[in-house]
Design a protein. Sequence first.
Length: 133
Amino acid sequence: MTTMTEAANKAFVLEAFDTLFNQRDYAAAERFWSPGYIQHSAHIAPGRDGLFNLIKTQPPTLRYEPGVIVADGDYVIVHGRFSGHGRPAAWIAADILRFADGVLAEHWDVLQDEATEAESNSGLPMFGNSFPS
């Protein structure tokens, strides 16, 4: 059963991601993620602590930019860009989140290095309206 509206769920995810990835406010971020958070990502250790500890190891230049976001009941998918993590290319991500009891309870992701214009067979950027510089 959906306990929050889909619009509220989208706003919640955007605020949660900004609080954790951009502001790095771990105490505030705890209110968004369930203590029993289930993590399906191959890049992140289990649970809320696994996610928070991963972010703590990232350089202070880490940034998250949201793009398209959709919701269906207790699920939200956000297409975004993670940059400033020290790798040669930004990551373009599709993060799939499930709500339970008003917080983020479960997560899956699909990650891909962002292609440059020279690498793009379509000639279109993977995120936003322009290629990374």
